[in-house]
Design a protein around this ligand. Sequence first.
Ligand code: AMP
Ligand code: GLY
Length: 426
Amino acid sequence: MKVLIVGSGGREHALAWKASQSQTVTQIFVAPGNGGTKQEPKVTNVSIPSNNVDELAEFAMENNIDITIVGPEDPLVLGITDKFKSLGLNCFGPSMGAAQLEGSKEFMKDFLMRHNIPTAAFQSFTNAESAIAHIKSIGCPLVIKADGLAAGKGVTVALEEKEAIRAVQECLTDNIFGRAGKKLIVEEFLEGEEASFIVMTDGEVVVPFASSQDHKARDNNDLGPNTGGMGAYSPAPVVTEDIHNKIMNEVIIPTIKGMKNEGLNYCGFLYAGVMIDSKNNLKVLEFNCRLGDPETQPIMMRLNSDIANLCLEATTGALKEQSLEWKEETSLGVVMASGGYPGDYIIGKEILNLPIETKRIKVFHAGTSFKEGKTFTSGGRVLCVTALGTSATEAKEEAYKAVNCIKWENCFYRSDIGYRAVEREK
Ligand code: AMP
Ligand code: GLY
């Protein structure tokens, strides 16, 4: 089987690494890939940007690709699956219509309301004055979210009115998110513990993945600005069997059924970010129409099942109800980033002291390039150093042992990834 993976991050490296372990996979292309995918067995990088849907389709046709797996949201929202399908190509990911669950916060929130799926109260606005009047009338804390895709930067958790007003002005008046910020939602602030819950589905059969948790804030103790994610681990102890069943019954199944009833069959990965409060009530924070990054890195490290084959089955209507095979252990990944991220940063720094990888430690690359035996930084999030351990405490220790050796000028990382799980083990 020949596989095409679309994207260039740590998630795509983890997918390529996992797919390469399959006996039935003969060749993997990653478009455009990174310095890590370039070094994996069976893997070739192809220099087509992940949102150039036409060129990707042409490549898949010419190279007889059996299954394309889409990493990031942009090509899905641009309709990559629709395009591939029209050419008779297998592409795992929701259609343009179904990807609206991530592509428009307003669509997502209205959908949740229509189907009685629990989520925070909200209101949408296109006019800054009305939004500000609303904020003044209900008071902070509040959450302001740009409607469209804003590369993980469109959400402001505002503890004070000043911050909320600034977020509204940046979005609606200064247009810092362009078209994605023509509309925004003002949402109730939720308290509790977050978890990432990912399934794969063909629109009928739903196969849940192991739970995970990521750390979206830049700094220790979940402080500082939001990022794409500074680390993640799996499983998330907050997702007990009870919570797992509750998320399936209250969120995942009603969503997939609801989409079908609205004529939007959902075939792909579905990621629900949920907030779980102290009474075990759930609310949906967000949907992603794809795998999470960095959650995929620890998840793939624990997965024993054949990911490429599962994606092919789901795309061709052959997905079966099943429990996937997982390593019992905890896996934890620490993101190492370029100084300045999620703001401006400098790239092109040589990365030194990369560890020797074993079955228990794997360095997934994101923003890297590999030239003449050397690895250089080429993005904000650079590496996700992922380790297995018999506990979260051990996985954390093992991951940080490697992280603390790796060096480049002006690199930074959080030192507390997995703290909630580690606290529980004390
Ligand atoms: P989102 O992209 O919608 O998941 O938002 C990014 C992050 O902002 C989430 O992972 C949460 O940490 C935080 N967040 C989003 N919505 C809320 C909310 N209603 N209450 C509290 N925190 C939120
Ligand atoms: N880690 C969160 C995301 O992928 O959106």
